[in-house]
Design a protein around this ligand. Structure first.
Ligand code: ADP
Length: 316
């Protein structure tokens, strides 16, 4: 689902925040990302949400080449992710229920769906009886659970939480952990950045440890267990190469068009098909200059953005 392949990120000539980072995360996994301050954890997250670009290396999410996503399609890509930042606060002027509902309103959901999803999320984070309270009336743990509920509003495929138990007492920390675990059991892939040994050791799950911009350990177990990460065994999640004879057969076959893009505006679809772009993933991987080369007009770009957004909303 997520692959960092030999990713290096330099901020300046002399600041290497990440160096040759390799790891992959499977769908449905629960993992911890640990390491001292300055290890590169935040940088890694910023690359994942495409706030920063790698200096070298590849990042794939669901076979989408993240650094290459055209800027116009970034909002759609980011809808696949749920991020709970350390300093992410709920909106002070709205109560908890309104905070969650607002995240859904931004996504353009209908009133009935907003109501049902808000209800479901409040229940998931066990805050039904706190719904009318404003953030300053909630405890630290409750605010954190509220922020998690909000990050889940777009039904992300991957939830990343940065120090979700930081500043919480053990009881509240374990409540947050239980909620993250339940979210994971319900099918969402979860990655938690944490310093909290007790929390990490409680889970006995995968721990990716970073130090000075490198992954120095990748193991299933405790916070302190060090196990060297496996060397990359494969490079990109590309389709297997076909033998020559199959290639010939393939070229004779008419290009099969992905069901998911069949309803795309015919003029745009024709431009894509002529360029052998026949799947949604290929469309996601187009760069801005690709779109230009394909002579996709500004109007068509708007239609395309709306189409992708609509697809992502419906597919949930
Ligand atoms: P962590 O989240 O593990 O504390 P960071 O990713 O924040 O680590 O930082 C990794 C390294 O990159 C540190 O040396 C930090 O000073 C540097 N760094 C982070 N962000 C920037 C930036 N915007 N400009 C320059 N250096 C940065």
């Amino acid at each position: 689902m997520l692959l960092f392949d030999k990713v290096t990120k330099k901020y300046d000539q002399d600041i290497t925040a990440l160096e040759d980072v390799y790891f992959n995360i499977d769908k449905g996994e629960f993992s911890f990302l640990v390491g001292p301050s300055g290890a590169g954890k935040t940088t890694l997250m910023r690359l994942l949400i495409r706030e920063e670009l790698p200096t070298s290396g590849d990042i794939f999410f669901d076979e989408i080449n993240v650094p290459k996503i055209p800027r116009q399609l970034l909002p759609q890509y980011r809808q696949k992710l749920g991020i709970v930042f350390q300093d992410m606060k709920l909106l002070q002027s709205k109560n908890l229920q309104e905070n969650i509902a607002f995240a859904l309103e931004i996504l353009g959901k209908e009133t009935k769906e907003i109501k049902e999803t808000t209800e479901y999320l409040l229940e998931l984070v066990k805050l039904q009886d706190r719904r009318f309270l404003f953030p300053h009336q909630l405890s630290g743990g409750e605010q954190q659970r509220g922020a998690i509920a909000r990050a889940l509003a777009n039904n992300p495929e991957l939830l990343v939480a940065d120090e979700p138990t930081g500043n919480l007492d053990p009881d509240n920390a374990f409540d947050v952990l239980t909620i993250l675990r339940n979210i994971n059991k319900a099918g969402t892939t979860v990655m938690v950045i944490s310093h909290d040994k007790d929390i990490v050791n409680e889970m006995k799950t995968r721990v990716i440890r970073m130090e000075k911009g490198k992954v120095i350990s990748d193991n299933k177990g405790d916070y302190d267990t060090i196990k060297k990460p496996k060397a990359p065994t494969h490079i990109k999640p590309k389709k297997e190469e076909k033998k020559d004879t199959e290639d010939v057969k393939e070229s004779k076959k008419e290009l099969e068009i992905d069901e998911r893009i069949k309803d795309l505006e015919p003029s745009i679809l024709k431009k894509f098909v002529d360029a052998k772009i026949n799947t949604l993933e290929l469309i996601f991987n187009l760069t801005e200059s690709d779109l230009k080369n394909l002579k996709i007009t500004k109007k068509e770009q708007e239609i395309l953005e709306a189409f992708v957004k609509d697809y992502l909303t419906k597919s949930k």
